[in-house]
Design a protein around this ligand. Structure first.
Ligand code: DGJ
Length: 694
């Protein structure tokens, strides 16, 4: 008799049901959606009239190896060296725990045991999926493709895909396409997720609201594809991409793939964003209870020209307007007058701090500010002492030139001695001085990725080793320096994914802080990531990237949508501007708890003339709305004679909401149906509205 057992993983509001296939030795998706969705015939059942391909090619299989699935793409391609590729396995066992499931399949001829792992994440609507592979034979195995999971999305017609794409300074652009048939692919072989695509995808059934989301937890090379399959479903596959083209598994060894987080919301992309936000609050854990301090960072003001007296001048104004933390970015260490030198020699430049670095840090702290530093621990300048002492520490292919990117090389953080050096360096910096904030940057991808002296070392798995080294150092920082706040950055948003978010406090989405560009970047970012991790600065206007003018109010309200920072040259600000900034910072301190912990609604898109982000803290009876006018600033009304409106969401229609600052009270029904009114003008292009439920 065929074994067709079924298992359901339940989250707060969703169910994910897997069954053993009646058609062959694999597991397949039975149902995924709101709780109870599995109660009925599976929407993924397929016709069986698909001639010329095998059942495994058409089935909504959870994970199928090449061998069993010859034509439509496999999640696992394995072989013994010198032998044919292919896995033909049998179902071995099922282990069900509290919110967990492990389905094992064994190929005794090849000597491979594959376990499909599932875990529902408490308090969220996320199911984690990954795969564990064990070499059970006496010969090593070559794994040429080793995805985390295949995920089937039940669609009835053409799937709508939403993804976040761009380039350096234009990250997280929300982009959509319809996929009637064929394959959509994205990924990175840059050793980090990269600026081109976030490892995140949303799939909807055409224009239907319900949204399925996938996010890969892996800060290295990755790929994600979505295929509109012959069986009717859309199948998403995601996983790491081994740098050497394959991973080797020695007898007795087990390899666990990165986690793929699978999320569902019946409430569209907006609802899906809330699922991801909740998941990231879960990843942050109790560190969410620490208020994220208002930062000042001097990078845009002084660049590499770091000089103690000037920095103190900036720190003084920053403290006066209410900043709580002062961060010296790049340029503070020896040999770093520009981007051609210094990296690796992490000692304060005595020329920049003539009275000593310790004295400088004390002076900043005497202003009532915490002190923070920028580092790029994986980087090394060819002209540095570190490179002279350890040329073997950088990635390089023997007998080949090592290219410079931004005039620098990359350390092989997969090496234990490099990790130890980085840990010792950071320990020294964090203990010699009261440094309570560290911005970890990374500005070049690995180009010639080899380990000198090892020849063609195809067993090294350099990408996974680098990832392991990076995570080891971040874990060390959390354990040894729990009070230090860590900001993750990679030339802007080049390395933002869940493994990083779980080990840092905030991330830097983009180097582009120009108001309207930033708005689009943050809009995309907030689809995938939570406000409490979104570092955002108010900078000078016109900015470096986008000359379109916007008021100081706009820049503040925009930056207050996440974790507020200031990156402007405050020395040049007039007393009026400083006074206005102080008022905004005070308001931010009053609402940051709601912004960082509340339920978010993205009100429209930055392409709309009025865009807003709503944050709800229903227990506290508070709603905060950041409203931004993206339209003309010449005073021409958008709809003649009428103010702009932003329809709010999720409020109680019968409750009353008070905007104390404007001395106005609205019914919930009015705010939901007509919306909050705004009278924009050239002088007034942003507002922060705080509503209290009466
Ligand atoms: C790239 C980062 O994204 C910037 O914020 C800044 O830290 C520079 N590097 C410094 O070199």
């Amino acid at each position: 008799m065929t074994d067709t057992r079924r298992w359901t993983l339940r989250t707060e509001n969703t169910g994910y049901t897997v069954r053993l296939s009646p058609d062959g030795p694999w597991a397949e998706l039975d149902a995924w959606g709101p709780l109870g969705v599995e109660d009925g015939p599976s929407a993924l059942d397929w016709s069986h009239r698909t001639h010329f391909i095998t059942p495994a090619d058409a089935a909504p299989a959870e994970y199928v190896p090449h061998g069993l699935r010859p034509f439509t793409g496999a999640d696992l391609v394995a072989s013994r060296p010198g032998a044919e590729r292919g896995v033909w396995w049998e179902f071995a066992s099922a282990e069900e725990g509290d919110g967990t499931l492990r389905l094992a399949f064994a190929d005794d001829v090849l000597g491979l045991r594959t376990v499909l792992c599932y875990e529902s994440v408490p308090g969220t609507d996320v199911v984690l999926r990954w795969t564990e592979l064990t070499c059970t034979g006496d010969e090593e195995l070559r794994l040429e493709r080793v995805d985390s999971a295949g995920v089937n999305i039940p669609v009835t017609g053409t799937a709508r895909l939403t993804y976040l794409t761009g380039q350096w300074s234009q990250e997280f652009q929300r982009t959509q396409l319809d996929l009637p048939r064929g394959t959509f692919a994205m990924g990175s072989v840059q050793g980090v997720p990269g600026h081109a695509y976030a490892p995140w995808l949303a799939v909807q059934d055409g224009t239907a609201e319900a949204a399925y989301g996938l996010a890969l937890q892996w800060p290295g090379n990755w790929h994600m594809t979505a295929e509109a399959e012959p069986g009717g479903a859309v199948r998403v596959r995601a996983g790491r991409v081994p740098h050497e083209g394959a991973v080797f598994l020695a007898p007795g060894e087990t390899l666990a793939t990165p986690r793929l987080a699978c999320a569902f919301s019946p409430d569209g992309l907006d609802g899906l964003a809330r699922v991801w936000h909740r998941y990231e609050r879960h990843l942050t854990g109790e560190r969410l209870d620490r208020p994220r301090k208002v930062l000042y960072n001097s990078w845009e003001a002084t660049g590499f020209d770091v000089d103690a007296a000037e920095q103190l001048e900036l720190a003084k104004v920053a403290a006066d307007i209410g900043a709580e933390l002062f961060v010296v970015d790049d340029g503070w260490f020896t040999g770093r007058g520009d981007d051609t030198g210094g990296l690796g020699d992490w000692y304060p430049d005595p020329a920049a701090f003539p009275h000593g670095f310790g004295r400088f840090v004390d002076d900043v702290r005497a202003l009532g500010l915490d002190f923070g530093l920028w580092v790029e621990p994986e980087a090394v300048s060819p002209a540095s002492r570190l490179y002279a002492e350890h040329p073997e520490w950088v990635y390089r292919i023997d007998d080949r030139p090592a290219r410079l990117v931004r005039n620098q090389l990359l350390l092989d953080l997969g090496r234990a001695d490099v990790q130890d050096f980085v840990i010792a360096t950071l320990d020294r910096l964090l203990t010699e001085h009261p440094v309570s904030y560290l911005k970890w940057d990374m500005n070049r991808p690995p180009t010639e990725r080899g380990r000198p002296g090892t020849g063609h070392a195809d067993h090294l798995d350099l990408d996974a080793r680098h990832v392991a080294g990076y995570l080891r150092v971040l874990d060390h920082l959390r354990a040894a320096h729990p009070d230090v706040t860590v900001e993750g950055c990679a030339g802007g948003g080049g390395r933002i994914e869940h493994a990083t978010i779980a080990r840092t406090d905030v991330v830097w989405p983009s180097d582009n802080t120009a108001p309207l560009d930033r708005l689009a970047i943050q809009h995309g970012f907030l689809h995938a990531h939570a406000p409490h991790v979104m570092s955002s600065w108010v900078t000078d206007a016109p900015g470096v990237f986008d000359p379109r003018p916007r008021s100081l109010a706009f820049r503040f309200v925009n930056a207050m949508c996440g974790v507020l920072g200031i990156g402007a040259d405050l020395r040049a600000w007039t007393p009026e501007q400083r006074a206005e900034a102080a008022r905004w910072i005070a308001r931010y301190k009053d609402v940051r708890d709601v912004v960082h912990r509340g339920e978010v609604h993205l009100l429209g898109s930055p392409a709309d003339p009025t865009f807003g982000v709503q944050y709800d803290a229903p227990e506290a009876g508070r709603t905060v709305v950041a409203a931004l006018s993206t339209g003309r600033l010449d005073g021409a009304p958008l709809v003649p004679g009428r103010p702009a409106r932003l329809r709010l969401r999720g409020l109680q229609p019968t409750a009353r909401y008070r905007d104390a600052a404007a001395e106005r009270t609205y019914s919930g029904a009015h705010l939901l149906h007509h919306g909050l009114p705004f009278a924009w003008s050239a002088a007034h292009d942003a507002e922060l509205v705080v509503l209290t439920r009466l």
